[in-house]
Design a protein around this ligand. Structure first.
Ligand SMILES: NC(=O)c1ccc[n+]([C@@H]2O[C@H](COP(=O)([O-])OP(=O)(O)OC[C@H]3O[C@@H](n4cnc5c(N)ncnc54)[C@H](OP(=O)(O)O)[C@@H]3O)[C@@H](O)[C@H]2O)c1
Length: 343
């Protein structure tokens, strides 16, 4: 199998390359060389997907049976590539996101739920997008990327992952949760502990994509862990277990946290109260063979990758987690609030 990865030097792209090489596939990575190198064993074409000349040069390294696009953020990113690759590739796999759904995270979604309206000329700087939330902005552009893939490719597979965790995760979610658990003491957390969550391991995304290429699968699939997979309490328990049980969870009313300005999704990673956040229907992918490994394996392997390779540095990490002083102040305020309520 000959595979082209658009990206390949970073998180999902790196995982895909390692897994494809382990299957004996021939792999080409295309990236600018700004975010490191792809794993050894892949051919690397250095270039910018936003430059026509670089894309023309890329076609000389083809043809390929499939391309997996991990680095499209504007519709034109996809349109340029499908136009340049044309007959050089049989199948186009676009990694989109659950943010492409107009109603996510507000409402539960499945693959038939409406996407953000988009159009081919929208870019990250389009004034039409200026008033959208960050999720709406990102989702609108990704929805346009999906249209471009469907229209421009011979055969397309579109996947919409939710939160991706696992070795190499750089956003700061796994990192800040483990660091907080390691710091010990009383740990401010959002109740209820039995809130279901659906993060997916990067290696399970990769396996599904490579299996799908082998099966010549097309269509659209949400990629999330199944309902009943794990709770927020499980996530915390795993972090405690991995760090020697130094911290003591204090589960706090989520409305109170909101009233005290605690930022959902970032200050408290993976905490988000809208009803649909963790109600993404993943049955279609599960029926097609997606298997999600236990969350404990994901976090354990993330931690050991940190031990081996160090932290994968990224600016987004700064917005995740809560400063120790702020947490201490909030805990004191919560203790007072609880005290006055109970008595
Ligand atoms: N992380 C999550 O939780 C999550 C959740 C849902 C969906 N997704 C989707 O999953 C996909 C993969 O995410 P990721 O975090 O692994 O990677 P990413 O940050 O989206 O992609 C980075 C890769 O693309 C390359 N790249 C970026 N701009 C490029 C350009 N102009 N020309 C050529 N190469 C370029 C980078 O290398 P260079 O910088 O060296 O060029 C790097 O290899 C994304 O499409 C994202 O939307 C992620």
């Amino acid at each position: 199998m000959r595979l082209l990865i658009l990206g390949g030097s970073w998180f999902l792209g790196r995982t895909l390359i390692s897994d494809a090489l382990a299957r004996g596939w021939e792999v080409t990575a295309f990236s600018r060389g700004k975010s490191g190198q792809p794993p050894a064993g892949a051919a690397h074409v250095v270039g910018d997907r936003r430059k026509e000349g670089d894309l023309q040069r890329l076609t000389e390294a083809g043809p390929w049976d499939a391309v997996i696009d991990t680095s499209a953020y504007e519709p034109i990113d996809v349109a340029r590539v499908t136009a340049a690759l044309g007959n050089h590739v049989e199948q186009y796999v676009l990694v989109s996101t659950v943010s492409a759904y107009q109603n996510w995270p507000g409402l539960p979604v499945d693959e038939s739920s409406p996407l953000w309206p988009s159009s081919p000329e929208l870019t990250e700087d389009s004034p039409e997008l200026a008033n959208l939330t960050p999720t709406g902005h990102y989702g609108t552009l990704k929805s346009g990327c999906e249209d471009a893939a469907t229209e421009g490719a011979k055969r397309s597979l579109i996947v919409r992952p939710g939160v991706i965790l696992g070795p190499g995760e750089y956003v700061g979610r796994g990192l800040k949760l483990l660091k907080r658990a390691e710091r010990g003491g009383r740990w401010l957390l959002p109740a209820p502990a039995d809130q279901p969550i659906q993060p997916i391991d990067v290696r399970d995304v990769s396996t599904f994509l490579l299996d799908s290429i082998e099966a010549k699968r097309d269509g659209v699939f949400n990629l999330v862990a199944p309902a009943g997979y794990a709770t927020y309490g499980d996530l915390i328990e795993i972090c405690l277990e991995l760090t020697g049980r130094r911290a003591e969870p204090v589960w706090v009313d989520p409305q109170w946290l909101d009233e005290h300005g605690v930022a959902q999704w970032t200050e408290m990673p993976l905490w988000r109260t809208p009803e649909g956040t963790w109600h993404v229907d993943g049955r279609r992918a599960a029926e097609a063979g997606l298997v999600c490994r236990p969350l404990a394996d994901t976090l354990r392997d993330f931690k050991s990758a940190l031990g081996q390779n160090g932290i994968v540095d990224h600016p987004r990490q700064a917005e995740h987690g809560m400063e120790a002083d702020r947490e201490a102040e909030l805990l004191t305020a919560w203790d007072k609030a609880e005290w006055s309520e109970v008595r």
